[in-house]
Design a protein around this ligand. Structure first.
Ligand code: C2O
Ligand code: CU
Ligand code: CU
Length: 486
């Protein structure tokens, strides 16, 4: 290990960390007893017929023991909170029956999945009304990665996610299966869904906590658990970390400064492992990391922190010694070449509070903001015009593709941004250059992933078109999304 480079900073511009804004609420230490970490169960298929797998997912109300005393009313996907973890394998044809047992309209958005928009993708054009259902099917044709499912009925996305509608999606494939990564779900491979919530007499109250610049909670939760403890029974543990918060950035590190290694970003395996002691994730970003507890002995406890607040604990048990060196080269990422004749696309995230805009506009479900030909590789320059001292990072997300990050203000990208991504945190005053390629024709959203910014309208949509296929998209209005037309 002697010569491997270990990074010791969060990469992002420190003056713009979301700590300085008037509306910022720091996390507080939760004075509640420790509990075993909730590891969501795997969603079981209804049936498997050759290469066809059938699932049912129900958006439902439930109750969860989060704090001592009264249970909290929460929402989840086939679970009382968050959701069962959904596993998809590359090449398999999936049929998913989406059921809405909530008292209001919702949608099922597959964040990170390269599926057709706007219906299968599950954005605002694909409402499922209360008591109703929708059937989608698609062939999973992307590489192994950690994605997620969340509600997307803008302008109610933020509240529905706050109530609990977010689940981990694990994509597997044969390439990743060859790499020496832990992959025994629940044992040495777990989702770590990071969220923050406040409680009022043990209940959520989105309105009471609402902030236009992103709602912040008082306590840190992992998979819906406050002060969760995970029993480590293997030397190495793979954490599929997802920032599932409405607004909060997570600046992760261990209390003993333990080193950890990122192996994958949003869109899958990184070209090489990135070793560090600090990791910052903006909203909706994922990082798969491996923590090697080989220097710990049974009984030791290691605490994962964000800033100065404990997030969860790892309690080391008996484990079999297994020293594994990760290969230097893990995946091949192409060097993107813009398709000749294509122009650079400029897109601008501006403002804060009620002034947030994307390209100067608010979202309109029936307006197509940009078009791009499928198969083309196009350079996108995404700018955040906020001030360095008064602004914030806007995490830029696109549906329907995984992009590559080429530069930040003309300089190198962060060391853990050399793989595929679908969210990129854009610092105030910065332009991030992306290489964007769509492979499936359809309508896709792109937006800031601070959920309240998105709900306000810091979002737009692009048509990825196939010049050889005529296709008319019926774009419903917000009114139609909210109420079924008769
Ligand atoms: Cu995570 Cu438009 O979504
Ligand atoms: Cu998305
Ligand atoms: Cu924003």
């Amino acid at each position: 290990m002697g010569k491997t480079k270990v990074y010791n900073d969060y990469f992002f511009d420190e003056p713009i960390f979301d700590l300085h804004d008037g509306g910022y609420k720091p996390l507080e230490v939760a004075d509640v007893p420790e509990k075993p970490l909730n590891v969501p169960e795997l969603l079981k298929p209804d049936k498997v017929e050759g290469n066809d797998v059938y699932y049912t997912l129900t958006a439902q109300e439930g109750e969860t023991q989060i704090l001592p005393g009264k249970k909290t009313k929460t929402w989840g996907y086939s679970a009382s909170i968050l959701g069962k973890t959904i596993v998809y394998k590359k090449g398999v044809h999936y049929h998913v029956h989406l059921v809405n047992k909530l008292p209001e309209v919702t949608t099922f958005h597959w964040h990170g999945l390269n599926v057709t928009g706007p219906i299968v993708d599950g954005g605002p054009h694909a409402p499922v009304y209360p008591g109703g259902s929708r059937d989608i099917d698609f062939t999973l044709d992307q590489q192994a990665q950690t994605d997620w499912l969340h509600a997307h009925p803008c302008p109610n996305t933020a509240r529905q996610v706050w109530n609990g509608l977010a689940a981990a999606v694990v994509v597997t494939d044969d390439e990743e299966a060859k790499l020496p990564f832990p992959r025994n779900y629940g044992v040495d491979d777990i989702p770590v869904i990071l969220q923050d919530r406040s409680y009022h007499d043990n209940q959520l109250d989105y309105k009471a906590d609402y902030d236009m610049d992103g709602t912040l909670g008082k306590y840190a939760l992992v998979n819906g658990t406050i002060n969760g403890v995970f029993d480590v029974t293997t030397q190495r543990v793979r954490l599929r970390i997802l920032n599932g918060s409405n607004r909060r950035e997570w600046r992760l590190h261990f209390d003993d400064n333990h080193e950890f290694t990122q192996i994958a970003s949003d869109g899958g395996t990184l070209p090489e492992p990135v070793h560090f002691t600090k990791l910052m994730l903006t909203c909706a970003e994922r990082a798969e990391v491996i923590v090697d507890f080989g220097d710990k002995k049974p009984g030791d406890v290691v605490t994962l922190m964000t800033d100065n607040i404990p997030v969860m604990k790892f309690k080391i048990g008996e484990y079999k010694r297994e020293d594994v060196e990760l290969p230097e080269h893990m995946a091949t990422i192409p060097t993107p070449k813009p398709t000749p004749g294509t122009q650079i696309v400029h897109t601008v995230m501006s403002g804060m509070d009620d002034q947030v805009r994307l390209d100067g506009k608010l979202f309109d479900m029936q307006r197509i903001d940009k078009k791009q030909k499928i198969g083309d590789t196009v350079i996108w320059d995404v700018t955040n015009t906020n001030d360095m001292d008064k602004g914030m990072i806007h995490p830029f997300h696109m549906h329907g593709n995984q992009f590559l990050v080429l530069s930040r203000n003309g300089k190198d990208v962060y060391p853990n941004e050399h793989g595929w991504k679908d969210v990129v945190g854009v610092n105030a005053g910065e332009t991030v250059r992306l290489a964007v390629r769509f492979t499936k024709f359809g309508i896709y959203m792109y937006h800031c992933h601070i959920l309240e910014h998105e709900d306000t309208g810091m979002m737009a949509q692009i048509e990825a078109y196939d010049p050889n296929k005529k296709h008319e998209f019926h774009l419903i209005s917000m009114d139609e999304m909210m109420h079924p037309s008769k």
